[in-house]
Design a protein around this ligand. Structure first.
Ligand SMILES: [Mg+2]
Length: 308
């Protein structure tokens, strides 16, 4: 069971205001950018891009984009410095002064190449189905296939995969009108979220880092599960009741609104912190000046302090 996020907004707002830092995990397709028939037609709205840029520039906020896309593809789509980019469902990462590719996944590349060739042959006659080899994972897209053809895609997919599944050389996951072939490693968006959180706790001075994860697809459920009982998890879409996320939002426009609100809360919080620090510094300055003046009077260097 999850809650419409705005119905619990005061609680969410309080959690964010009290956090020492935010670790913001954001899925790309269907969460930040509207879905399209072909992945190349998916674009990040300018307004969302600007909010991401502002969020990433805030002290205490780290923004990590986490996607099933190939890392280089995701970077090209978003094109913002200072973000952490995670591609292929967590198998590759760049940012946070790091660059990492899962070694077991890297070793699986030749098998994926072979599977891609077989799948292309098998699915070639079906209209609206195509194979994308993303190096570390492989996706069969059939968004524009008819319902009858979708059945053919499914049959052709599992038939071609059978020998590799029997030998446990790969594993299969599903998503919105896609099938995915992954290396046989237990590493996914959830494990990557845990890993990055642990690393961030070590490298950051912030005591209480609040993870916030927003995603719309089955693969994001891995992260929602990993974060059960921790942080703020938000599923996006209209069929979300079964999700493991704590909250739900209906649309991408709502996600944009949430990001904007997070930014506003953080700016206000940082503003208050700055005010406190400058008041403290001003107080310390005054006390220091008074002490120096008293010392000077004692040494007969100048007259009595004002009012003394
Ligand atoms: Mg998505």
């Amino acid at each position: 069971m999850n809650w419409p996020l705005w119905s619990k907004w005061p609680m969410v707002k309080r959690e964010v205001s009290q956090a020492g830092g935010l670790l913001l995990f954001l899925d790309y397709d269907g969460t930040l950018a509207p879905l399209a028939d072909h992945p190349s037609q998916v674009h990040l709205p300018m307004k969302t891009k600007r909010i991401l840029e502002l969020l990433a520039s805030q002290p205490g906020i780290r923004v990590a984009l986490i996607s099933g896309r190939r890392l280089t593809d995701l970077k090209k789509k978003v094109d913002l410095p200072g973000l952490c980019y995670i591609g292929n469902h967590g198998l590759e990462l760049q940012g946070d002064r790091l660059r990492h590719v899962n070694p077991a996944a890297r070793a699986c590349r030749p098998i994926l190449g072979e599977i891609a060739r077989r799948l292309r042959r098998a699915l070639q006659p079906i209209r609206g189905a195509w194979v994308e080899n993303k190096g570390l994972t492989l996706t069969v897209h059939y968004r524009s296939a008819s319902a009858a053809d979708a059945v053919l895609v499914k049959n052709g997919f599992y038939e071609a995969l059978q020998p590799f599944l029997v030998k446990r050389q790969v594993r299969v996951t599903t998503g919105k009108r896609i099938f995915e072939v992954r290396p046989p490693v237990r590493w996914n968006k959830g494990t990557m979220v845990h890993w990055l959180m642990a690393r961030h706790r070590v490298t950051s001075n912030a005591k209480e880092i609040l993870p916030i994860y927003i995603g719309d697809d089955e693969t994001d459920e891995e992260a929602f599960e990993a974060l059960l009982g921790h942080g703020i998890t938000v599923v996006v879409g209209s069929y979300t009741l079964l999700s493991r996320a704590r909250y739900r939002l209906e649309s991408l426009a709502e996600v944009q609104r949430l990001l904007q609100r997070l930014l506003a809360i953080w700016k206000r919080k940082e503003g208050k912190e700055d005010e406190k620090t400058s008041r403290k510094n001003l107080g310390a300055g005054r006390r220091g000046m008074a002490a120096r003046r008293r010392a000077a009077v004692e040494q007969g260097l100048c007259g009595s302090p004002v009012g003394g």
